[in-house]
Design a protein around this ligand. Structure first.
Ligand SMILES: [Zn+2]
Length: 494
């Protein structure tokens, strides 16, 4: 069957985060009907958290202030921002109205590659498969948790069991993040990133070299990804794209374009659940199908992945390791402050575009004090997230002094692009995961710091220069972003 690309467009955009969101939506609605008051409630909570995280941040005067955006969602705070540079053709911030799905002219895929085309970026890569022979019927339903009784998943379960990597006997968490799981949140031995930021040595949260930015975009490929690719190409920038398996079915030509242009492709699950809530067999299905569809479209299998919402613990780590995937997170400078722009929440209405730019400004305020490079959470799923990236964040980063070295995460780790994929990795610089155990550490911890000691009290991180890091409490983030995603999807349906 020939894949009809356009026919599959609408649903995927709706449902990148659908499963958990519907649960959360139901929960929110039960607590506060009608739906509109739920929106206000969630938005207000998020605004409080954002304000707390940003308080104390001194913003240069004379900066643009977005007020029209906040007028739609009056509970959102009006914030100011000041960037070193913006794109002259940027969509005005006042046009990026929270709670709406902005539409922009969409660029089509710039290049369509003939089946069998030999990639040039990686010398030993296999030729490109023919994506037009892909049959969606051969894959699980888009944006739904894949069934675990299929022959494919049963085979992957056998392979995990045969890997020699022990899967810890940890119960899945309940949806709702830390607040819904106080016992698990307090259990340091679980090393649950969501609640306090515990990482293992195998987690990649930073780039080793100072002033190096491991550029990443999540949740695509999607409608506006070509707009982002066009900007990256114009500025000779390469990124890591964490692709949702269901999106790959919908936009296989876009995934090929990313790969052939020299961007790194990595796994972001099939249906985008919070992975600690999923059964072991379910996790195997999510990762297995995502690896398979990317291999079917590109001819190579990613060796890296990012857990949706950063939701990973030792059980999820072990399963992904047994499936040949290393986790890439984003930089965290305290148990509760991470380098998350919050761009995803603009479409859902809980964050203003101005707030995203202030978040970005705060991130940049911390870059010089890290002592190493960094990774930031951004998305290419919605028009707003791409507009903010190409109109504001990337131009500002390009104007930063000293000059930032912006590259895919695999490159910021000083590894060749061939190390990003199973078929091209020669094991010389990137040995595949082993069963060796590691001790928990806290990301980016300075001696005596909260990160290093694991003291998770306090909600605000202040660096040496007094700038305050961005980020909201994990539990709020988990509940908020889930509901927001559902609301965004609902807006598309309407
Ligand atoms: Zn995601």
């Amino acid at each position: 069957m020939k894949l009809t690309v356009l026919g599959a467009v609408a649903l995927p955009i709706v449902a990148a985060h659908s499963v958990q969101e519907r649960h959360n939506f139901a929960r929110q609605n039960a607590a506060a009907a009608p739906a509109s008051s739920s929106v206000a409630s969630v938005a207000a909570s998020s605004a409080v958290a954002s304000s707390a995280a940003a308080s104390g941040s001194v913003v240069a005067s004379g900066s643009a202030v977005a007020s029209s955006a906040a007028a739609t969602f009056s509970s959102l705070p009006t914030v100011s921002w000041s960037l070193l540079s913006t794109n002259p053709t940027a969509v005005p911030i006042s046009d990026l109205v929270p709670g709406t799905l902005t539409t922009q002219p969409q660029l089509g895929a710039s290049t369509t590659f003939a089946p069998g085309t030999q990639p040039t970026v990686i010398s030993n890569a296999p030729p490109l498969p023919n994506w037009q022979t892909l049959s969606p019927a051969s894959y699980p339903t888009l944006d739904r948790a894949p069934p675990t009784d299929s022959p494919e998943v049963q085979q992957w379960i056998k392979e995990v069991n045969a890997s020699g990597i022990a899967i810890p006997n940890l119960a899945p968490t309940q949806p709702g993040g830390c607040a819904a799981n106080p016992q698990f949140a307090a259990d340091q031995s679980r090393c649950w990133w969501t609640c306090g930021g515990c990482v293992r040595d195998s987690d990649i949260s930073d780039c080793p070299d100072p002033y190096t930015w491991g550029l990443t975009y999540d949740d695509g490929p999607a409608l506006y990804t070509p707009n982002l690719l066009n900007y990256l190409d114009q500025n000779d920038l390469k990124s890591t794209f964490f692709a949702v398996g269901s999106r790959v079915i919908s936009y296989p030509a876009l995934l090929q374009e990313e790969y052939m242009a020299g961007h790194q492709i990595a796994v972001h699950t099939w249906s985008h659940p919070a992975m600690t809530t999923v059964s072991t067999e379910g996790i195997i299905a999510e990762l297995g199908w995502s690896k398979k569809v990317i291999k079917d479209v590109l001819g190579v299998t990613p060796l890296y992945w990012r857990p949706p919402y950063g939701d990973i613990d030792d059980r999820v780590r072990a399963i992904s390791k047994a499936m040949g995937l290393e986790p890439i997170m984003w930089t965290r400078i305290s148990p509760t402050a991470t380098f998350d722009t919050g761009d995803f929440n603009v479409a859902g209405g809980t964050t203003s575009a101005s707030q995203v730019l202030q978040n970005w400004q705060n991130i940049m305020g911390n870059v010089s004090t890290l002592g190493h490079g960094f990774i930031v959470l951004e998305h290419d799923l919605f028009a707003q997230t791409v507009d903010i990236a190409t109109g504001y964040i990337l131009p500002d980063a390009l104007a930063f002094t000293p000059k930032l070295d912006i590259k895919p995460v695999i490159s910021c780790l000083n590894k060749p692009m061939s190390d990003a994929y199973l078929e091209t990795n020669d094991n010389s610089s990137n040995p595949l995961p082993t069963a060796s155990s590691v001790n928990p550490t806290f990301s980016s911890g300075q001696t005596g710091s909260a990160q290093a000691t694991g003291n998770t009290s306090g909600n605000t991180a202040t660096n040496q220069s007094g700038a305050v890091a961005v980020g909201v409490s994990s539990s709020l983030f988990m509940a908020g972003v889930s509901f927001v995603a559902f609301f965004a999807g609902l807006a598309v349906l309407l």
